[in-house]
Design a protein around this ligand. Structure first.
Ligand code: SF4
Ligand code: SF4
Length: 253
């Protein structure tokens, strides 16, 4: 017992300091939003847009728009570009309240808006979520699960996952919503007492991701339930998900 106690003291706190302290160091291989420097593009070249597996890139004149709701952060656009015009940002704060806000040019600047005051009073210090896995590859669930570990300690913000939608304030949805999951998702949403929140995590839940337009999928959560927060990524880094949740609750400036 004494050994356990001293070892515990020796190790100290293993939970990240953020948001009160600095954010954890992101791996050098981690990629934020793709940034296309149009000034460096070869004329008439659309190689990046043609290479993109989810048609996330729209080029027009001097503009290059990337739909972060479709982006898989896969580097195919970077590899296809003959001019080195594609790079990746290092910003982890990528979540948005509106789907349209995920169509972005350059480094991301806009941050997700907080809920209104009444909703913040209701959910700001205690938010119970029911997770629904609606047909994805399981990577989004795995990285949401990371938030429950001692390194992240999601519970310190009053955010917890519960087993029943009847005990929840909202849904956290992953996956593109397969035909088979439509009824289950609708039923879970209806079982949550109003007012309620819906959070779509990952490219699949936002747009269908790599499964977009497959006849067996519904191209994301918005096709079934109203979404309050979109968290892009494939999968989103736990820091991106935590940042989105805290911004939604008005707990980040
Ligand atoms: S990173 Fe991949 S999915 Fe995203 S814009 Fe580039 S090619 Fe498309
Ligand atoms: S968004 Fe990417 S990581 Fe998440 S479920 Fe879909 S394919 Fe998997």
């Amino acid at each position: 017992m004494w050994n356990i106690f001293t070892e515990r003291l020796r190790q100290g706190s293993r939970t990240i300091a953020w948001p009160d302290g600095p954010a954890p160091q992101l791996d050098p291989r981690w990629r934020g939003a793709p940034v296309i420097d149009r000034a460096r593009c070869a004329s008439e070249c659309e190689a990046c847009a043609e290479a993109c597996p989810t048609e996330a890139i729209t080029l027009g004149g001097e503009r290059a728009v990337v739909d972060l709701g479709r982006c898989l952060f896969c580097t195919d656009c970077e590899a296809a570009c003959p001019s080195g015009a594609v790079s990746y940002g290092r910003e982890f704060s990528l979540a948005a309240r509106e789907r349209e806000a995920l169509f972005r040019e350059g480094e991301v600047v806009a941050k997700a808006q907080a809920l209104d005051l009444a909703s913040r009073k209701l959910f700001g210090r205690s938010l119970k979520l029911r997770q629904v896995s609606a047909g994805g590859c399981n990577a989004c669930e795995a990285d949401v699960n990371v938030l429950g570990t001692i390194g992240w300690d999601l519970g310190r913000f009053g955010i917890q996952f519960v087993a029943s939608p009847r005990h929840a304030d909202g849904l956290l949805i992953t996956g593109p919503v397969s035909q088979h999951m439509e009824l289950a998702l609708k039923t879970a949403w209806e079982a949550i007492p109003a007012p309620k929140l819906v959070i779509a995590v990952g490219a699949c839940a936002i747009s269908g991701g790599p499964f977009r337009d497959h006849p067996e999928v519904l191209n994301g959560a918005s096709s079934v339930v109203p979404v309050d927060l979109f968290i892009p990524g494939c999968p989103p880094h736990p820091l991106t998900t935590l940042d989105g949740l805290l911004r939604l609750l008005g707990r980040l400036g």
